[in-house]
Design a protein around this ligand. Structure first.
Ligand SMILES: NC(=O)c1ccc[n+]([C@@H]2O[C@H](COP(=O)([O-])OP(=O)(O)OC[C@H]3O[C@@H](n4cnc5c(N)ncnc54)[C@H](OP(=O)(O)O)[C@@H]3O)[C@@H](O)[C@H]2O)c1
Length: 387
């Protein structure tokens, strides 16, 4: 494999640090160009020094002097601001990991796509809000979008070598999250600490809460539609509590292909890092005899209304998925700050979508406007609830 130059957007998060872990195990294969973070200046500077990155970008402008100080004497330039974030995404590297959490990742991802980079996409919220615009831009620039989400990465692997016209349906597996067996009454009392304690995966706080509400699977449904071009009715969700089968593809002849692996994000990340080759990872090997049984359940749409809400937003299209994502980000953040209860999250999302005017974004600027308005609506709803 030729040496690949890489940049990591969201280098200090869960996906970002897993990516750094793999890169640092293979210094002969990778060269780091740029790393970014929101506020975690110490981890950003430390990673930039360890990897000899050329550019480190911090989103919070007030932290630029500290970043400069921490990088003094190194060859790494410290920067902040939108332009620097775009430079980190679009300048220099062949391969860009998009691992910023939330819609905040949209503009940097678009910069990387417009520049024709290979984009390893973890930031599902960007596809949920601007999927059609992103895939059109990638088709124009020649950018390759490689899915990092374990489910979509599994499907990507199962589709390799097959014709898309031979696909009957996609099956997204879901662990069911920490509240899989809880009643609605029990869920009402759940705390942020209980919601982020995922049984199988170690992840950032926002995606962990999304897994508890199962909104994560709803976002992934919309993500799968944009990545693989199938309509909602040909994308199923199947609860599989062991998280060993990461997703499946059913073909027209009745064959079903699945991708398996231990629940370690370094496996799908490594797949995108080395693609179209493979690289070794320190991830635990699967011991199916020890696991002994794999089980499956139909999703419970009554206890987890986020699934129906997301499917309906996908089918409505236009502004609905943008409002869904914006309200969810605001509500999850409020839940993590103990301002609303666990069950209020999806209630806020539903009400925000209901109050959103139907419309079709024609540009990223339109997406950002709809996102901003939906956040304001969700915030108002939460203020009214608290009054
Ligand atoms: N974690 C997983 O296993 C996993 C699996 C599949 C998909 N994903 C997806 O991958 C993305 C990242 O998830 P994560 O769990 O790694 O999140 P995380 O641990 O919360 O990390 C988020 C990263 O984004 C940065 N960031 C946050 N807000 C930002 C902003 N406004 N502008 C610029 N940078 C910002 C953070 O910087 P600071 O550290 O400075 O705050 C951090 O580097 C999400 O879209 C998630 O859905 C994650």
């Amino acid at each position: 494999m030729t040496r690949r130059s890489v940049s990591i957007l969201g280098a200090t998060g869960s996906v970002g640090t897993s990516t750094l872990d793999l890169i640092e195990r293979h210094p002969d294969r990778f060269e780091v160009v740029a790393l970014t973070a929101a506020r975690n200046v110490a981890s950003l500077a430390d990673a930039a020094r360890r990897t000899n990155a050329r550019l480190a970008v911090i989103d919070d402008e007030a932290l630029l002097p500290e970043l400069r100080e921490r990088l003094a004497g190194s060859d790494c330039r410290a920067a902040t601001g939108k332009e620097a974030m775009s430079e980190a995404a679009a300048g220099g590297a062949d391969w860009v990991m998009a691992a910023i959490v939330g819609c905040a990742g949209l503009e940097p991802v678009m910069a990387a796509i417009r520049a024709g980079r290979t984009v390893a996409l973890a930031n599902k919220e960007s596809l949920v809000t601007a999927g059609a615009l992103m895939t059109e831009a990638a088709a124009r620039s020649g950018a390759e979008i490689l899915p990092v989400d374990s489910e979509h990465n599994a499907i990507f692997q199962c589709l390799a070598g097959n014709r898309s016209s031979d696909v009957a349906k996609l099956v997204l597996t879901a662990s069911g999250g920490p509240f899989r067996t809880k009643s609605r009454d029990e869920m009402a009392a759940m705390t942020p600490e209980q919601a982020v304690a995922h049984p199988n995966w170690s992840m950032g706080a926002k995606i962990s809460v999304d897994s508890a509400t199962m909104m994560n699977k709803g976002l992934e449904l919309i993500e799968a539609h944009h990545l693989f071009g199938l309509p909602s009715e040909r994308i199923d969700i199947l609860v599989h509590p062991q998280s060993v089968i990461h997703s499946m593809v059913e073909f027209v002849d009745g064959s079903v292909l699945a991708q398996l692996g231990s629940p370690d994000m370094r496996i799908p990340i490594a797949h995108t890092l080395a693609w179209p080759e493979r690289m070794d990872t320190p991830a635990q090997r699967l011991d199916l005899a020890a696991i002994a049984s794999l089980t499956f359940e139909a999703p419970d749409f009554e206890r987890f209304p986020a699934l129906k809400t997301a499917r309906s937003a996908l089918e409505t299209g236009g502004s609905a998925p943008i409002a869904l994502n914006a309200a969810n980000e605001e509500a999850v953040s409020a839940f993590l700050q103990r301002r609303i209860g666990f069950l209020d999250i999806v209630g806020i999302v539903l009400e925000t979508i209901a109050q959103t005017v139907a419309g079709r974004p024609r540009s990223i600027a339109d997406v950002i406007d709809i996102d901003r308005e939906a956040r304001a609506r969700a915030t108002n709803l939460m203020r009214e609830m608290a009054a």
